[in-house]
Design a protein around this ligand. Sequence first.
Ligand code: MG
Length: 254
Amino acid sequence: MNFVRFRERDHIAYGIASDGEVEEISATPFLPFEPTGITHELQDVKILAPCLPSKIVAIGVNYRDHAKEMGREPPEDPMFFYKPSTAVIGPGDEIVRPPNCELLHFEGELAAVIGSVARHVPKSRWQEVVLGYTCAMDITARDLQNKDLQWGRAKGFDTSAPLGPWITTDIDPSNLELVTTVNGEVRQDSSTEQLIFDIPALVEFVSSYITLLPGDVIMTGTPSGVGELTEGDKIEVAIEDIGTLAATVRGSHV
Ligand code: MG
């Protein structure tokens, strides 16, 4: 099932997308809901980021090949940082280069969307708290990341967290192909089976430190092939069984 959040004129709602249509539901996917019978053509609505996270927990250096290209040893424990709710944009929106950034990088990632309050969730019960999956980009001001001790601005600036196009439920996330293209050229092509820490392990580890709320997002990390974005670039992250998330790059915040 694909849960989509969308705007139709002044109206924002959640719905279930299939066959080019979306049927509105009576609440969010994080609450009990009923189908309403109200349908729209998907092409007639603006698809928004599929959730409004209180926080994004992003995992660093979680693919073996990416650790190698960054010259880092695979970590002993998952390493996580935060991207704020205000970093989120939706499908087709613009990534805006932040101030003082000369090296803007893309990272295509699989994201898990939390469906219910998660605190001290053992690995064996991860499925009880994950609603589904979406495509994500962890857009990074690489020069600022290398310069700063904390990554607050380098990975948390406005527009640095494209999410979408929807939350796909009932799929196995353990072996999904992930392909990132820039202007149609393949730059990352890997599989989630290359993850150092898989989603059950991440749910257990992260929820042992912080409470995850419905709508929160875990970005699982990026494979090798990260690279530079420049003004006008079109970036797409396609994940098997989910779909494709696209964004374009604007050169400057002014
Ligand atoms: Mg990342």
